[in-house]
Design a protein around this ligand. Structure first.
Ligand code: IFM
Length: 455
């Protein structure tokens, strides 16, 4: 059968500032929490840092040309707060804005739609020193920064994402301590969660006030469909709680104006006193929800689990990437569930992709057939969800190019373009990029049949 997407469906590729830019101390950029974290021994595999990364800061023209040659209509990138306001608040750095002027103008000249994110985790270190996301002030500072960036760019840019994956910031950054800033404290994570929501709401209002034309604004959440490992009551309860932790702690306040009760009762989160008063701000209307999805989560009760009494299982049946289970059914189930449970008019898949071992063959080709299979399966699952009424308006592959995969450094490659770290960071088009390019050209592809089971 032929899969064809609705007219106007937006295809894109995504990246993030710290993961590709490099130029870490150039033209006035201040250190971010990720500079500090990655330079602290033991935090990142092989001691890798984003100092140089893919050197996009200097090679953005070449990268724009790549996107254009591949016929990719939209590009999701993130602004680096420490480049634009090195002190976190106050003085704007004209050279920081100028870099993104060059990038945005270059994209527009190439006919590529910019789809930026304001915050993809590179908090200015100076703000972390003052409490980071555990401090209510940071929410306001983020909104101030958002207003400044929107004032400058909204004559040319209409689609905006406030925050990328607040779950990662609060849970990996402040609860589990495996991402910057490396804190392990449930109260800190609770406060960070609330202040990220608040920062998003304040930012949306600041952005609308600063906008030079009507904007489409959304937030991007990393969501996973959650299943219990068995029908036992304990496993069912574990799955219920994990769904709250992973998904509802973010979806419910933003889209329904409530925190799930169990977050406090069963998981031990403690939100700042008087948090209820922030709910109207947090639920400030947006235009779309961004979703990053890579896998599903299958969990079982586990008395010794940390930070909660459950653990993740590795189900059999699907294959695995270097990171996670490849589970396209999980994307289908997630999308159908979102439509059922939340008032959503527009969804963008703002990230989906996979890290599989790949390398350059003697003929200079990267034959990443497993990545192609993964993308095809997930895109087909998304198509099936659209056929069933889920309003998915666009899809961004993660990632345009191999990059700094946070605490795993450069050991994992998510790109559809290969970065040759050994040879002057040469860009090499992988087979998956050619496949994606063809998919965009045809606005779909052929498959034997859908494989997702009805939800
Ligand atoms: O590389 C990350 C990205 O920064 C956020 N979403 C998940 C990707 C893969 O882990």
């Amino acid at each position: 059968m032929e899969i064809r997407f609705p007219p106007g469906f937006l295809w894109g590729a995504a990246t993030a500032s710290y993961q590709i830019e490099g130029g870490w101390n150039e033209e006035g950029r201040s250190p971010s929490v990720w500079d500090t974290f990655s330079k602290t021994p033991g935090n990142v595999l092989h001691g890798d840092t984003g100092d140089v990364a893919a050197d996009h800061y200097h090679r953005y023209k070449e990268d724009i040309a790549l996107i254009k040659d591949l016929g990719i209509p939209a590009y999701r990138f993130s602004f680096a707060w420490p480049r634009i306001i090195p002190g976190g608040i106050g003085q704007v750095n004209p050279k920081g804005l100028a870099f993104y002027d060059r990038l945005v103008d270059g994209l527009l000249e190439a006919g590529i739609q910019p789809f930026p994110t304001l915050y993809h985790w590179d908090l200015p270190q100076v703000l972390e020193d003052a409490g980071g996301w555990t401090s209510r002030q940071t929410a306001q500072y983020f909104a101030d920064y958002a207003g400044i960036v929107v004032e400058h760019f909204s004559d040319r840019v209409t689609n905006w994402i406030t925050i990328n994956e607040p779950w990662v910031v609060s849970m990996l950054g402040y609860l589990m301590g495996v991402f910057a800033p490396g804190v392990k404290d449930l109260k800190a994570a609770s406060y960070a969660t609330h202040h990220l929501h608040l920062g998003h709401g304040l930012a949306v209002q600041a952005m609308r006030a600063a906008a030079r034309q009507p904007l489409q604004i959304g937030v991007t959440l990393n969501l996973s469909f959650v299943e219990a490992a068995s029908k036992s009551a304990d496993d069912q309860k574990a799955a219920y709680l994990h769904d709250i932790f992973q998904n509802r702690l973010f979806l419910d306040p933003l889209l329904k104006g409530t925190y799930p009760q169990e977050a406090e009762k069963d998981l031990g989160f403690t939100f700042p006193a008087g948090y209820e008063k922030d709910i109207p701000m947090i639920t400030t209307p947006t235009d779309f929800l961004g979703i990053n999805n890579y896998s599903r989560n299958v969990v079982k009760y586990d008395a010794s689990g940390w930070p909660f009494h459950y653990s993740h299982t590795n189900p059999t049946g699907n294959s695995y990437s270097e990171m996670w289970e490849m589970a396209p059914q999980g994307l289908y189930d997630l999308l159908i569930r979102l439509k059922r449970d939340y008032p959503l008019n527009a969804i963008y898949i703002t990230e989906n992709g996979t890290a599989v071992p790949d390398g350059v063959d003697a003929d200079n080709r990267v034959r990443d057939s497993r990545r192609i299979q993964y993308l095809q399966d997930y895109i087909a699952a998304m198509h099936q969800a659209i056929q069933n009424g889920v309003p998915v308006k666009g899809y961004f592959v993660w990632s345009l190019m191999d990059n700094f995969e946070w605490n795993l450094g450069y050991s994992r490659r998510f790109g559809i373009v290969y970065i040759d770290y050994e040879n002057d960071l040469k860009r090499i088009i992988k087979d998956s990029a050619r496949w994606f390019s063809q998919t965009i050209k045809e606005n779909g592809f052929k498959i034997k049949s859908y494989y997702a089971e009805p939800f």
